[in-house]
Design a protein around this ligand. Structure first.
Ligand code: ATP
Length: 267
């Protein structure tokens, strides 16, 4: 039961269309992962699906979303686990969890196993490395090799990391397909803000959204979401305590001014 709590089977569905920008990444994912998983009979030999996909790049750029979209598109069960929840285990426990994770995934084939912060699990051997994490790492690599040799080979392991340089050679070799997931460019930021504002009462014009996209250079998708969430609180802050009493229709729309305040952090 404890193990079940650690390995989340996420019910939320994400489509590729829900992911803004990242056009190249999405196309590559279709070719090397989605189609091969859908048609393992066609994608044999050199075209065979890799059993490890490494997504790297700054935090909050949509790596988890891509993992969920792959699972949805291939009708695979999505499992997600954070490395830190594995490495915090007592000797033997983390290994057991890794074994169980792969056993359950194989049973539920096709499956996508998403591992966040994989660098902390598969880091280069340091002299300070303790016995427990060394054993988890070994077990993980064994299981990863096994996933590739299973008959249908339809367990895909996706590792996400902000620090790919910290992965050791043995780990990197197994993730034969590696993809950089960059920060959104201006056009992508515009689409992201539009998508996030959808179904919200706002009065921003296209031109104002354009300005926000320009002024948010360096923001990740997650940063933009935080910005939009904060701006959405603007009308409530404006009303103060009264907000708790007014009718929903009397709550003012989210405006450019609210965004500017959130951006400045002045509110
Ligand atoms: P981390 O490395 O910090 O785990 P991540 O790269 O896995 O981050 P996600 O968890 O996929 O990032 O994204 C965080 C949130 O940011 C998402 O839930 C989504 O709301 C938003 N987001 C990020 N990138 C995109 C995108 N390209 N399209 C739509 N939403 C995005």
């Amino acid at each position: 039961l404890k193990i079940q709590n650690e390995i989340m089977e996420s019910g939320e569905t994400v489509n590729f269309d829900d992911i803004a920008g990242l056009k190249d990444a999405k196309q590559t994912v279709l070719e090397v992962v989605v189609w091969p998983m859908q048609r393992p009979d066609v994608f044999t030999g050199l075209r065979r699906a890799p059993n490890g996909l490494l997504l790297f790049g700054p935090p909050g750029t949509g790596k988890t979303l891509i993992g969920k979209a792959i699972a949805n598109e291939t009708k695979a069960t999505f499992f997600s686990i954070s490395s830190s929840s594995l490495t915090s285990k007592w000797i033997g426990e983390g290994e057991k969890l890794v074994k169980t994770l792969f056993a359950v995934a194989a049973y539920r084939e096709p499956a996508v196993v998403f591992i966040d912060e994989i660098d902390s699990l598969l880091t280069q051997r340091k002299s300070t490395e303790n016995e427990a994490s060394r054993r988890i790492k070994t077990e993980f690599l064994v299981q990863l090799d096994g996933a590739g040799t299973s008959k249908q080979g339809r367990v895909l392991v996706i590792g996400a990391t902000n620090r790919p340089q910290e992965l050791d050679e043995a780990a990197r070799r197994r993730f034969t397909k590696r993809m950089y997931i960059p920060l959104p460019v201006e056009g992508d930021r515009r689409v992201l803000i539009q998508v996030m504002l959808k179904n919200n009462n706002h009065k921003l014009t296209e031109a104002q959204i354009e300005i926000l996209a320009k002024e948010t250079e360096g923001f990740s998708g997650a940063d933009l979401k935080a910005l939009c969430t904060d701006a959405a609180m603007g009308p409530i802050r404006q009303l103060g305590a009264k907000a708790m009493e007014v009718d929903v229709k009397d709550i003012p729309p989210i405006s450019f001014k609210h965004f500017k305040r959130s951006l400045k952090g002045t509110r």
